[in-house]
Design a protein around this ligand. Structure first.
Ligand code: ARG
Length: 463
């Protein structure tokens, strides 16, 4: 017998120290201590109700667990670094307090359904925290967009100036990415929030457990239907990681734009000193390291997703120790995505947009050429021909070093006699913006509509 082990009875030899170190998970799962205790409290109450524990045993276990929770919360407990995992460590600490009765807590339960339950409880809270962080960032985007309905900057395709857009429209594009993220997390949460406990090791238990009672007490929407699936399912981890990878992908796109926009070449944004860093050799430098790390850590979260999928691939039913690895992927992704959303918000909330630079960038960039072609179309010319005519006007400007919106009517009429005095007006960037009033377009009134809907979505509790 090995006394220090939960399973020591059938063993004649001590576990090799190298094996203990290799298989231990306390370093990774210690943060589950609180949900582990919560799960045990619900389990003990249920065992008391069905008569597996006497009222005295139930009371001893419940008050022991509650006292232990306070003790750990207050930072007074030290986990044994050599403990096998958090579940065995909590049981050991409980035994220290209440003695042999602690040994009855594990009736009708296995660490297999226990760890799956803990992970789901922990993740559920992580999802809620992440949804809240995302909501805060979205709120900033909407509030800021509202003040920039008329701020004009180059809208790009292929990173080339395409058509002018408003800063409001540009910012709101990220609002919608994050809205989809929040919807996905809400949907993912439904499948996270099911109770595995009561599945025991894999086949269920011979005790008349009341799984519905435990589910209700722990706030689960229902129970896992198949005990073998329940102990070996980590789909909910993969789903969350995939949501997290997409959140990071969205943040990395925004981060990349902030990095570009804060260069002297763009000069569209000034990041605050408090969220940037300097160089140890070049005194003039102010670097957007936060944005770069968000961009870089996207790779980590994508790796977490890939790691979890590969870990699960081809695992036979039911529990296998491989599954223990899920937590390193999950916790890494959770920490990374939570801090990245929070830091993106912090960085943006202190950023200064250089709106005059944005407006200058549109001057003479030909991003109004489509509107000149549209003008000819409204005068009856087929679009293909109008495209050709305006192409020649652009070529003329390039050769002359002229600005399209500064040409005179006479200069325009050299290319087509359909041009009248009002042609010059449609070329002004403000007019170009104003004209894109189609639903979802960049005109101030269309963006205002978008913002109104966004505010309504932010107000709802469901998503
Ligand atoms: N620490 C394990 C995990 O995180 C739970 C223990 C299950 N161990 C076992 N031998 N069945 O998955």
């Amino acid at each position: 017998t090995i006394r220090s082990k939960l399973w020591g009875g059938r063993f004649e030899k001590q576990t090799d120290e190298a094996v203990e170190a290799f298989t231990a998970s306390l370093g990774g799962d210690a943060r589950l201590w609180e949900v582990d205790i919560r799960g045990s409290i619900a389990h003990a109450r249920m065992l008391g109700k069905i008569g597996v524990l006497t009222p005295e045993e139930t009371d001893a276990i419940l008050s022991g667990l509650q006292a232990l929770r306070e003790h750990i919360s207050a930072g007074k407990a030290t986990f044994d670094p050599k403990a096998e995992d958090i579940h065995s460590e909590i049981e050991r600490l409980l035994t220290e307090r209440i003695g042999a009765a602690a040994g009855k807590l594990h009736t009708a339960r296995s660490r297999n359904d226990q760890v799956a339950t803990d992970t789901r409880l922990y993740l559920r809270e992580g999802i809620d925290a992440l949804r809240e962080e995302i909501r805060r960032l979205q709120q900033w985007l909407v509030d800021t967009a509202e003040g920039h309905l008329h701020t004009i900057l180059p809208g790009c395709t292929h990173l080339q100036h395409a058509q002018p857009v408003s800063l409001a429209h540009h910012l709101m594009a990220y609002f919608w990415m994050l809205q989809r993220d929040r919807e996905r997390l809400t949907d993912c949460r439904k499948r996270v929030n099911r109770l595995p406990l009561g599945s025991a090791a894999l086949a269920g238990t011979s005790f008349p457990v009341d799984r519905q009672m435990v589910a209700q007490e722990l706030g689960f929407d229902g129970v896992c239907e198949n005990s073998m699936d329940a102990v070996s399912d980590r789909d909910f981890v993969v789903e969350f990681l995939s949501c997290a990878a997409l959140v990071m992908t969205h943040l990395s796109r925004l981060a990349e734009e902030l990095i570009l926009w804060s260069t002297p070449e763009f000069g569209f944004v000034e990041l605050d000193d408090s969220v940037t860093t300097g160089s140890s050799i070049m005194p003039q430098k102010k670097n957007p390291d936060v944005a770069e790390l968000i961009r870089g850590r996207t790779g980590r979260v994508v790796a977490d997703l890939t790691g979890a999928l590969v870990m699960l691939k081809a695992l036979p039913l039911s529990y296998n120790r491989d599954l223990q690895e899920d937590k390193s992927f999950l916790f890494d992704a959770l920490d990374t995505v939570l801090s990245s959303v929070a830091l993106m918000h912090l960085m943006l909330s202190r950023a200064q947009f250089r709106t005059e630079r944005m407006r200058e960038a549109v001057h003479g960039d030909f991003s109004n050429a489509t509107d000149l072609a549209d003008y000819l179309v409204r005068k009856g010319m087929p679009f293909r021909q109008a495209h050709e005519v305006v192409g020649r006007v652009v070529q003329y400007c390039l050769k002359q070093g002229a600005v399209l919106e500064e040409l005179s009517v006479e200069q325009l009429r050299a290319f087509s006699n359909l041009f009248d005095a009002d042609a010059v007006q449609v070329l002004q960037p403000e007019a170009v913006l104003e004209a894109r009033r189609s639903y979802g377009g960049t005109a101030p009134e269309a963006v205002q509509q978008q913002i109104a809907l966004a505010r309504k979505l932010l107000g709802g509790d469901d998503i």
